[in-house]
Design a binder for this molecule. Structure first.
Ligand SMILES: [Fe+2]
Ligand SMILES: [Fe+2]
Length: 374
């Protein structure tokens, strides 16, 4: 799970990185007009391949299909682990296989600079030209300086986002230690959320990046429960009105935590974090305005929060609680469809019903451990 999180966190910095790459390209082109593209190919540590490209000319992450194995690239251009810039000329690019040709389609020479953090390869910063053999020694030295600068920014960016996600996960895990939500609940609900997001992102004008961020942030929806006193959080019986008000305050506490972390880590420029904030702030709002804390109506509840609400409700029904038994999936889905259009977004409910087999597979995969709810 930790691996998945860090991998997903790697996509968070897309927007700000794209902007920085574009800025760098403007500067570089003033001195070296033949540099046609500056892009960042992200390295997937699990497969050892370059799988994704951040190119400022494209608003979205570009998938490189199965990806290009870095090991092959090393052999090809003597790209060593020494953190230095390496030159690929036209014949070398011509020699790379079909998958890699996606990476360099239309380019005839390329300068590749590894971006590393703690000796781990995060990706390759590429300076590409449509002209063959344009990188002479002086250009390589000059671009090396820019490359170093950007490599530092990239690694800082990535590290700070990972710190943020790590910090919130830590907080969530502390809450978990206090037995608010079991890990299995968070695993299941985040997979349901990803499934719903995958089904409805396209029709709502969102891309795969949105889907993965929903998945990354969904388990943090109740992070604010860390601030709720044990006597209320762990109370086996029904809460009094006063206790209920305090309990409901977990939403405001969570928003506060997220805002503070965004501020402390200087991450305000990362637009994807608005999605995290929306999930934390609005996961208890219902379409008909009967939710809390703000009683928002359908039009005001962000899609990511509606997705998480549906996923969370479905799994809550399937969990054992102090006041109820775990419902069988069939009954839980029937209940969720009763809530469709009033409390829950029909698009989300329909996605769950449409993918019933997958929903059941997720449920069975993250089998309920002996839940510690009394
Ligand atoms: Fe909550
Ligand atoms: Fe939950």
């Amino acid at each position: 799970m930790a691996d998945t999180v860090s991998r997903q966190a790697g996509t968070l910095h897309l927007a700000s990185l794209s902007t920085r790459l574009a800025e760098l390209r403007t500067q570089v082109r003033r001195r070296h007009g033949f540099v046609d593209r500056i892009a960042l190919a992200l390295h997937d540590p699990d497969s050892g391949r370059l799988t994704t490209l951040i190119d400022p000319d494209h608003a979205k992450l570009q998938s490189l299909g199965a990806g290009y194995p870095v090991a092959d690239l090393r052999a090809l251009a003597a790209l060593a682990d020494d953190g230095k810039t390496h030159l690929l000329d036209a014949p070398a690019i011509g020699a790379v296989d079909h998958e890699a040709s996606r990476l360099w389609a239309g380019y005839r020479s390329s300068l590749a600079h590894p971006v590393t953090v703690d000796d781990k390869l995060l990706g390759l910063l590429l300076f590409d030209s449509r002209t063959p053999d344009v990188f002479d020694t002086r250009t390589v030295e000059d671009l090396g300086i820019y490359a170093h600068l950007l490599a530092t920014i990239v690694s800082q960016e990535l590290t700070s986002v990972q710190m943020m996600v790590g910090g919130l996960r830590l907080a969530r895990n502390l809450a978990h230690l206090r037995d608010i939500e079991t890990g299995a609940h968070l695993d299941r609900m985040s997979h349901y959320a990803r499934l719903i997001a995958r089904e409805i992102a396209g029709p709502n004008g969102f891309d795969n990046d949105f889907v993965e961020h929903v998945f990354l942030f969904a388990p943090l929806h109740d992070v604010g429960k860390v601030g709720i006193p044990d006597c209320i959080l762990l109370k086996p019986g029904k809460l009094s009105d006063g206790e209920r008000r305090i309990m409901d305050g977990h939403v405001a506490l969570g928003v506060d935590m997220v805002d503070r972390m965004i501020r402390d880590f200087g991450l305000g420029r990362l637009p994807q974090l608005a999605l995290l904030r929306n999930i934390v702030a609005h996961h208890h709002e219902y379409l008909d305005g009967s939710g809390y804390p703000n009683g928002l109506g359908a039009a005001s509840i962000p899609l990511e929060a509606r997705i998480v609400a549906a996923a969370d409700v479905l799994d809550a029904l399937c969990c054992t609680r102090s006041y109820k038994k775990a419902w069988p999936m069939r009954d839980a889905l029937a209940e969720v469809s009763r809530m469709s259009g009033t409390r829950l977004d029909p698009q989300c409910v329909d996605a769950l019903l449409r993918c019933r087999d997958e929903v059941e597979a997720i449920h069975d995969h993250f089998e309920l451990p002996a839940e510690r709810h009394p």
